[in-house]
Design a protein around this ligand. Structure first.
Ligand code: DX5
Ligand code: ZN
Length: 227
């Protein structure tokens, strides 16, 4: 029910495979992979060859976050590289419905839709019944290590209400500035897939992942007690 998706953007690329293995050893079943094109966002990160290479080293679920323009052009290649979930930005696509259809239909992968902090949550509403995950960005996309934008808490709540009102079970992912200190804020607001970069890759990776895993387990059992 609660999922941690460690963002490798802040990993040490000199030993990337080993660092990913440490997230798995700590209990992470997902890996968050940030692809940036230097156009939709100012920065350039990495692309297909890196994903193909790390795919050979782990069976973790590959959560690929595309921060690129014209995402429809790249759905097939990222699917072939080993993505399990392909998330693209609403702001970057001319026809978001067509991109979703391509991800789910042609590529046979899970589809995620991301919205920047300045995009109204309501803009994602028409697509909620066709996606697996809604990514509510909690920082401006482009860089790891930024501070959580406080106004995001209200936006997560709004997304959660929209999804529940429609009787859907779409996952709500948050990404950017998530730490041990604000994890409860985003969980309470309704997020269930948590991306963490710096909070996982600074210090002891395994211990950091375990912290989140234990925290999620405690939250889940608390919820069961209440039902
Ligand atoms: C930002 C990326 C994030 C980033 C998160 O554009 O989408 O995934 O790596 O890193 P932290 O957790 O350090 O904010
Ligand atoms: Zn991301």
């Amino acid at each position: 029910m609660y999922i941690l998706s460690p963002s490798i953007l802040t990993a040490d690329f000199n030993c990337l495979g080993d660092q990913i293995a440490q997230t798995k050893a700590g209990g992470a079943e997902w890996v968050h992979i940030d692809v940036m094109d230097g156009n939709f966002v100012p920065s350039i990160s990495f692309g297909m060859p890196v994903i193909r290479s790390i795919r050979r080293g782990t069976d973790q679920f590959f959560d690929v976050h595309l921060m690129i323009r014209e995402p429809e052009r790249y759905v097939g290649v990222f699917a072939d590289c080993g993505a399990d979930l392909i998330t693209f930005h609403l702001e970057a696509a001319k026809d978001p419905g067509a991109v979703i259809a391509k991800i789910r239909g042609e590529a046979g992968k899970k589809a995620g839709l991301a919205i920047k902090p300045s995009t109204p949550v309501a803009a994602a509403a028409p697509f909620l019944d066709r996606i697996d995950l809604l990514l509510v960005m909690t920082v401006e996309p482009g860089f790891g290590g930024q501070k959580y934008i406080e106004a995001s808490t209200r936006r997560i709540g709004e997304a959660s209400r929209l999804i529940r009102e429609r009787g859907l079970h779409t996952d709500i992912q948050v990404d950017g500035g998530i730490t041990r200190d604000n994890i409860d804020t985003v969980l309470d607001a309704g997020a269930n897939v948590i991306v963490a970069g710096s909070a996982v890759f600074s210090g002891d990776i395994r211990e950091n992942v375990r912290f989140f895993a234990d925290h999620f387990a405690a939250c889940s059992s608390r919820m069961e007690d209440c039902s």
